[in-house]
Ligand binder design. Structure first.
Ligand code: GLP
Length: 255
């Protein structure tokens, strides 16, 4: 994959790509995903929500509008969803995906797999999603963002490396961190369904995008400390094909 000329490769940490700005890091991630889909139009992508990937999705939409790519054969799996929200609720991750990506390009709704947060039986929904994930074989590229507490998906500190799709209670730090992103709700739902760390590690390739100084501590712990449940993203170090895309601010503490 061609990386931008501003990329700084850290010799002692393979596959860490550092860019001057968040925009440039996101551009590189978009290029990575576009190259994946061009190579295999039937790629299976694992997708994330949050503020960080928004620019990535805007670039994918731009490429589609320019006629450079089609996503009609791509299958997607989102990482997680808040419990209790319908897909049409503006604060649901399903609505986020529709607004930022699916509704703006030619994704086939039959191939965009989302967790349904609006169910009575959340355990059964987690089981249903786990089955869908298993049926797909393996995700080709899993896109991730990073929680300030080191979470990936909604695998909060304490999550085991062999965890699978399940219902989780969100950490206080996550409730505070996600509060500013709310559109209609006044407080962040306290429970969610997330794919597990083992599910994430099952992907053929993992692309982590972390930008901004608020992520610097979690980036350092993930890359510099031994894999531990204290920092779920540290388990990414056990995967054979992980790319970290960072801006200078998020990379500031890895020295
Ligand atoms: C949410 C999502 C994560 C995401 C994280 C970071 O909690 N469940 O998948 O990576 O937030 O979000 P942001 O990109 O807004 O910092």
């Amino acid at each position: 994959m061609a990386l931008s000329s501003q990329t700084t490769a850290l010799a002692q940490i393979p596959r860490v790509h550092i860019f001057p700005t968040a925009g440039e890091a996101a551009d590189a991630v978009a290029e990575h995903l576009l190259a994946t889909v061009k190579r295999n139009p039937k790629s299976v992508l694992g997708l994330a929500t949050g503020q960080t990937p928004r620019h990535v999705y805007a670039k994918l939409v731009h490429a589609f509008r320019e006629g450079k790519i089609s996503f009609c054969d791509v299958e997607t799996f989102n990482l997680d969803e808040y419990c209790g929200l319908t897909a049409s609720h503006p604060d649901s991750f399903a609505a986020f995906m529709q607004r930022e990506l699916f509704g703006l390009a030619d994704f086939d709704p039959r191939k965009t797999n989302l967790i349904n947060g609006d169910v009575q039986d959340v355990v059964a929904e987690a089981r249903r999603y786990a089955t869908r994930l298993k049926e797909s074989g393996a995700v080709d590229v899993q896109l991730l963002g990073l929680g300030t507490n080191g979470h990936i998906g909604f695998n909060e500190p304490g999550s085991a490396s062999d965890s699978h799709v399940r219902v989780v209670d969100l950490a206080d730090e996550t409730l505070s961190a996600n509060q500013p992103s709310l559109i209609e709700l006044t407080s962040v739902p306290e429970r969610a369904i997330t794919i597990g760390i083992a599910d994430i590690l099952h992907a053929r390739e993992i692309v982590m995008l972390a930008t901004g100084s608020a992520k610097a501590g979690a980036v350092r712990r993930s890359l510099r400390e031994a894999p531990s449940t204290d920092c779920p993203a540290s388990f990414l170090g056990t995967h054979h094909a992980v790319h970290w895309y960072l801006d200078n601010a998020a990379a500031a503490e890895i020295g």
